[in-house]
Design a protein around this ligand. Structure first.
Ligand SMILES: NC(=O)c1ccc[n+]([C@@H]2O[C@H](COP(=O)([O-])OP(=O)(O)OC[C@H]3O[C@@H](n4cnc5c(N)ncnc54)[C@H](O)[C@@H]3O)[C@@H](O)[C@H]2O)c1
Length: 395
């Protein structure tokens, strides 16, 4: 039980998504009394030092005053996890290929997790996480924040009411500027790709909306620009996914777009069914600012934006689907630890939550699609098929 309704949170990461979304969210939750102590684990002390200048007090791993600022501590997250009290949450925001060791350590210590998408990069890892979480009665949510975008929720609602009929096809696009691969993700862009990093959002959206599972897919990738910049990484990746009902979704992704765009991310989706269609530009939300100070800004009020607080005059509240998605995880864990102490009780609650949340059983779909896309693109565009458990192989 948590007697004061607050839950302690450890964030493992400290990069872009931690600074822009996760930490502002958890400190806001602390301000509102739903989160207790906050700790942050990162690779080096200089990152912790920088974060100390940006956020209210927290416990840092490594501690820059004791451990210095330049040495790497790739295993210190284990100590940070073990220092947490029993009912706590670990938010995993390390690079895509380094989620699994953190999740496994958290589950082994009986700590609940919120993981940045994708849950992990390999199907067998997702199966291992699923089994371990189930055995221990541990909550592991993947942060697919697009599920909280009301535009996508609306599509699910209307599809599930039958208004779109049976799916025929869908098209989604998500593309980001060159500085993502070259600056923000320079250390790990070769281990991931624009599909694995962002495209998976729209594969998950199709699954979230329809409940359909993938049957097979084919993917292509191009390496033209990034190799000229010393990176053996994909510029762009496109996937065509055939779902179990025979409907087809095409997803195009890139992280080498020009930075001279009206917003950071080009994104949107259409879906056509036998009885209706959904069409949404998720970049152009029909709102823009043009200011002397900041130039032209295509403004998406839905994702994660700051607004004057109603409760704390003079301060700001972070609002949007980026916030809602993480708060969902924090509140689910608060609910679980308040309602039951037993593993059996937790397992029963998790089984129920699994129906509507990206717990490992649902997150497995995105992992399998990511894994298959990479396999197909690396093979120059060979079809990859899925079995019932989402194991993959070449057709
Ligand atoms: N939900 C979303 O839409 C969304 C958006 C952006 C990123 N992400 C995901 O979030 C994750 C992190 O992305 P990012 O943009 O913050 O990346 P980033 O490269 O900016 O940051 C990664 C951080 O992890 C830290 N790290 C690496 N190894 C570590 C270790 N052993 N112990 C502790 N810390 C370690 C690094 O020091 C770095 O600060 C990725 O999985 C990414 O795909 C999700």
């Amino acid at each position: 039980m948590i007697d004061n309704g607050k839950i302690d949170v450890l964030v493992v990461g400290g990069g872009m998504i931690s600074r822009e979304v996760i930490l502002p969210t958890v400190f806001q939750e602390q301000k509102y009394g739903r989160v207790g102590n906050i700790s942050i684990s990162s690779l080096k002390g200089d990152i912790i030092e920088e974060l100390q200048g940006m956020f209210p007090p927290f416990k840092g791993y490594p501690d820059p005053l004791v451990d210095g600022t330049t040495e790497k501590y790739p295993d210190m997250f284990i100590k940070a996890i073990n220092d947490l009290p029993e009912n706590s949450v670990v938010i995993v925001a390390t690079p895509d290929h380094f989620h699994t060791p953190v999740i496994k350590a958290a589950i082994a210590a009986g700590k609940h997790c919120i993981v940045e998408k994708p849950l992990c990069l390999k199907v067998h890892e997702a199966h291992e996480i699923m089994k371990a979480a189930d055995e221990k009665g541990v909550y592991v949510l993947t942060d697919y924040h697009k599920r909280y975008d009301r535009s996508i929720r609306a599509c699910r609602y209307k599809y599930r009411k039958g208004l779109l009929g049976e799916m025929l096809h869908g098209h989604a696009w998500i593309e980001e500027p060159k500085y993502m691969a070259l600056e923000v993700f320079k250390d790990w862009c070769e281990k991931s790709s624009p599909f694995e990093y962002i495209g998976v959002h729209y594969a998950d959206a199709y699954y979230y909306i329809t409940g359909l599972k993938p049957r097979r897919l084919v993917a292509f990738g191009q390496k033209k620009y990034l190799p000229t910049q010393g990176k053996d990484a994909y510029d762009a990746v496109q996937a065509t996914i055939e779902w179990e009902d025979g409907s087809v979704q095409f997803v195009q992704t890139s992280w080498v777009n020009t930075p001279n765009n009206s917003a950071m991310t080009n994104q949107g989706m259409m879906m056509l069914g036998t009885m209706g269609e959904y069409w949404a530009d998720h970049k152009d939300r029909n709102t823009h600012f043009a200011t002397e100070a900041e130039g032209f800004d295509e403004y998406n009020p839905n994702f994660f934006k700051q607004y004057d607080s109603f409760d704390f005059p003079g301060e700001i509240d972070n609002v949007g689907y980026g916030y809602d998605s993480i708060v969902q995880g924090i509140n689910d864990v608060r609910r679980i630890v308040n309602e039951t102490d037993s593993i059996e009780g937790r397992q029963a609650m998790l089984k129920q939550m699994e129906e509507t949340r990206a717990l490992p059983g649902q997150a497995l779909i995105g992992v399998a699609i990511n894994n298959a896309v990479r396999m197909s693109a690396d093979a120059g565009g060979r079809f990859v098929v899925f079995d019932e458990d989402m194991n993959i192989k070449f057709e």
